[in-house]
Structure formats: structure tokens, C-alpha cells
Design a protein around this ligand. Structure first.
Ligand code: MG
Length: 203
């Protein structure tokens, strides 16, 4: 499986990091070794002094496909979760300044935390979901998937031109504003429509 991530998919977040609002999706990948399953600790990586959380809606691909049109994209997933795209912001900033790829800042072991997946339904529609991240019991990020610049079906159309999508692949759909620092002993909890889907304890 692979983990496909979208950058700068909420205008307010693009602005908080002084990035332009993109006209095409910004894509990067994380390897399978980046996965941090629910209830696993994240061990604070020694190569960064500025680890940050980015809480995101995560879509799980349920059907193989390539060159998927936007109008058919909804047939390629049926469950979602929330997760954290952990980012070594200091390394990312250096890479950005040099125009180099982001992988060392974004794709390290444990950098893709995911929660339990819940099925989509008439009550849970992919572009009408509220999600939330709490750090040490305080809400630090709140997102609404209706605010995405590129909706999930558009992302699938775009991404599947380049990469065949396989069952089990995950798409991290971008973070809303409010990203911030993670420290050792932090507790991070992710919620979708009020339901807790993950807890990550940093050690
Ligand atoms: Mg992100």
C-alpha cells in the first residue's frame, strides 16, 4: 500500500505557512513504514527540533483504478478516518528553501498516524464532515471538509493520472489551519463528527 498526501488543501492553512493557494493539488507520498496505527506511541524523532501535527481527513481506497474520472471517483472509497501528517517543520523549511523534496521532513517512521475507519453514509458525507484534534484535552484544530480547495473526488482524478490506486491505499487530504508543535508526553486525540478515532501519545 501507499500513502498519498495532499498539501495546502485549505486556504487558511496555506496562508498561515505563507504559501500561495495552489491551482493544482500539491502531492507527496509516504511509505508504508510511516504508518502509525491507532493506540501506538510516536517516539519523538531525534533529527528535528520542531515536530508539528497536521490533523487531516484520511480516505481509504476500496477499489483498484487508474485515470479515474471525478464523476466516478466516489466508487473508489467507502470509508474515512482522521489522522496526523506529522511534519518536521524545521527540516521542511530547509528543504523548501533549497527547492528540494520533503520526504525527510514528512515521510519518516510514524509520520502517518491513522485512526479507526468509519463507513460513509447518508449521514456521513465526505465533503460535509467536521473533524477536530485535541492536544492534552484542548482543541487545537477544527476542520470542515467542505472547505477543501480540491474535493476528494477531484483529488482522486488528479492523483490517479500519475499513480494507480490500489485497495488499501490511503489519501491524507490536507490540514486545516492551526498546525502547531508536538512535544514529548503530549496526548493527541482525533475526532470525526464528535467520535474519537485515534489517540497518539508522544514519547
Ligand atoms: Mg499535511
Amino acid at each position: 500500500m501507499k500513502i498519498i498526501c495532499i498539501g495546502r488543501n485549505y486556504a487558511a492553512h496555506a496562508k498561515e505557512l505563507n504559501n500561495d493557494v495552489p491551482t493544482e493539488p500539491v502531492i507527496f507520498l509516504k511509505p508504508k513504514t510511516a504508518l502509525l496505527l491507532p493506540e501506538k506511541h510516536l517516539y519523538f524523532p531525534e533529527f528535528t527540533d520542531d515536530l508539528q501535527y497536521e490533523c487531516e481527513l484520511v480516505v481509504k481506497i476500496s477499489k483498484n483504478g487508474k485515470y479515474i474520472q471525478e464523476k466516478f471517483a466516489h466508487k473508489y472509497y467507502n470509508s474515512v478516518s482522521v489522522g496526523i501528517d506529522f511534519t518536521a517543520r524545521d527540516l521542511q523549511q530547509k528543504q523548501k528553501e533549497k527547492g528540494l523534496p520533503w520526504e525527510i521532513a514528512k515521510a519518516f517512521d510514524g509520520s502517518a498516524a491513522i485512526g479507526d475507519f468509519v463507513p460513509l453514509s447518508n449521514e456521513l458525507k465526505v465533503q460535509q464532515l467536521h473533524f477536530e484534534l485535541k492536544k492534552n484535552d484542548i482543541t487545537v484544530q477544527q476542520g470542515f471538509t467542505g472547505d477543501m480547495i480540491f474535493a476528494v473526488n477531484k483529488i482522486i482524478e488528479y492523483v490517479s493520472q500519475f499513480f494507480t490506486l490500489n485497495i488499501g491505499d490511503l489519501i491524507f487530504t490536507g490540514t486545516p489551519s492551526g498546525v502547531g508543535a508536538v512535544n514529548v508526553y503530549d496526548k493527541l486525540e482525533g475526532f470525526l463528527e464528535g467520535q474519537k478515532l485515534f489517540e497518539v501519545n508522544v514519547r
